[in-house]
Design a protein around this ligand. Structure first.
Ligand code: GLU
Length: 464
């Protein structure tokens, strides 16, 4: 059977092709002459699987989409504190190349790294203040190539064309220099920035670059950790609030995916932990975003339920409680002892809310009843407590800490605790009492620990 996804992507393209409005960017000659019939879309999953449709091999310059990745490089090279000193994270509400709204009125600090002022300042932080244009662009080209998974190139014609008309960006760079927000020569900063914008990509490259952000900075195919997770969080945050020029608010409401667009008609969307998307069509709306690209992303977000504020998956379902009776002993004339075991099963990618529910459920089942909770403590007499992580895909740091704490508290109360943890999600090393606490990989081991080997499990209790 073939995957239905490529067919779906073709349908998305056909649904958006009739949109004829917009104009290609006029101020860069090569872009003004772009073939406006070109249309493409790609999806890259965090495991490296990629789907694409339309003109998916057609190359175009990355333009402003590079700003997201160069911001991550600036954080790498200069450190987040220095980057924040030089560039804010507030939406400007103005055009990408606007001078007055791009910088803070009193300090002249660029408002954010997704508009030109902030992007030029971020570019100038790459490598270091004394680097040459070549050193900075080389570092950027190498990083973008690693993100895409293939060697990318600067389109020299686009570069030359834009350099001819770079007065505005030069103006911005001189203001930044005068106000102390760039240390290098302003002309070098602009030349390097224009080269970074002139790197050619196709939609498959962009989708893979976005998927790397979704994958916490690890390139899905090479497995290289290209950016640290903390930097990726920072980048995705500013993409969310500032990535779509002065249409960022409408974009978040309609599409709900951290994104960045460029004046050549490309758009990337990066849904953390899930997938990267990329669209391309050269005609832009008044705000500078690709008309069909926006429509493609809106449609996919709606059809595929990708909006990050979608609250349809509530964390309620992550905890299940069951009870099993284990028959222990019974050999050599000894009486059979029935041991009641309470099992808490956790499910999915567990974070704070999932663990809060588990902690509350454990407390409810094992603490004495109170006037407010007369039904509490039904299983206080349990011989052992089993916490099953069999269906847990991951525990984040805070979830793990709370679970460690829950376990310590149960042990302090004198309970026997067994954790079924086939994927070692718990990562717990310090244990108070080895007789009372075991981490096992399989249910059978847990049963042996509770009832001795060969013990019988009540047949109705198959819920482990
Ligand atoms: N090279 C473009 C400029 O600075 C990038 C603009 C964009 O894609 O938004 O004008």
């Amino acid at each position: 059977m073939e995957s239905p996804i490529p067919d779906y992507l073709n349908r998305v393209l056909e649904a958006t092709r009739p949109l004829e409005s917009g104009q290609p960017a006029g101020y860069i000659e090569t872009l003004a002459k772009a073939d406006t019939s070109k249309l493409a879309v790609a999806l890259a999953m965090v495991d490296g699987t990629i789907y694409s449709a339309g003109d998916d091999q057609v190359e175009f310059s990355i333009q402003s989409i590079s700003k997201a990745f160069v911001y991550a490089l600036a954080i790498d090279d200069a450190g987040l504190d220095k980057v924040l000193e030089k560039i804010g994270v507030e939406p400007s509400g103005g055009a990408y190349n606007g001078i007055p709204v791009s910088v803070d009125r009193s300090t002249s600090r660029p408002m954010n790294p997704m508009i030109n002022a902030g992007a030029i300042a971020a570019h100038a932080l790459v490598v270091g203040p004394n680097a040459t244009v070549e050193e900075r662009t080389d570092r950027i080209l190498k990083a973008l190539s690693r993100l895409a998974g293939r060697q990318l190139h600067v389109d020299e014609t686009v570069y030359e064309d834009e350099l001819k008309d770079s007065g505005r960006n030069m103006g911005i760079a001189y203001i930044l220099k005068a106000a102390g927000f760039i240390e290098c020569d302003p002309q070098d900063a602009v030349k390097g920035y224009i080269r970074q914008c002139a790197i050619n990509v196709n939609v498959r490259d962009l989708a893979m670059m976005a998927a790397t952000l979704c994958n916490g900075g690890k390139q899905p195919i090479s497995g290289d950790q290209i950016f640290p997770q903390q930097s990726v969080r920072q980048v995705l945050s500013v993409m969310t609030t500032c990535g779509m020029y002065d249409a960022a608010g409408t974009w978040v409401a309609n599409v709900g995916i951290p994104a960045k667009s460029g004046v050549a008609g490309g758009i990337i969307g990066a849904l953390p932990g899930q997938l990267g998307i990329a669209a391309f069509s050269p005609k832009l709306d008044k705000k500078g975003n690709s008309v069909r690209g926006v429509a493609i992303c809106e449609k996919m977000s709606r059809d595929m339920g990708l909006h990050m504020m979608d609250a349809s998956q509530i964390s309620r379902s992550t905890v299940r409680v069951s009870v099993a009776i284990i028959e222990a002993g019974g050999g050599k004339g000894k009486p059979v002892e029935k041991r009641k075991v309470i099992i808490f099963s956790l499910k999915g990618a567990v974070r704070f809310t999932g663990l809060e529910r588990l902690s509350r459920t454990i407390a409810h089942e094992l603490s004495p009843p109170t006037p407010e909770h007369p039904d509490a403590g039904k299983h206080r007499d349990a011989y052992a407590v089993v916490i099953s992580l069999r269906e847990v895909y991951s525990l984040n740091k805070i979830a793990r800490q709370i679970l460690h704490d829950d376990i310590q508290r149960l042990l302090i109360e004198g309970r026997r605790v067994i954790v079924i943890d086939p994927t070692t999600a718990l990562r717990m090393e310090t244990v108070k009492d080895e007789n009372s606490f075991h981490i096992v990989s399989y249910e059978a081991e847990a049963r042996d620990f509770i009832g001795g080997s060969g013990c019988k499990l009540n047949p109705s209790s198959d819920l482990w």
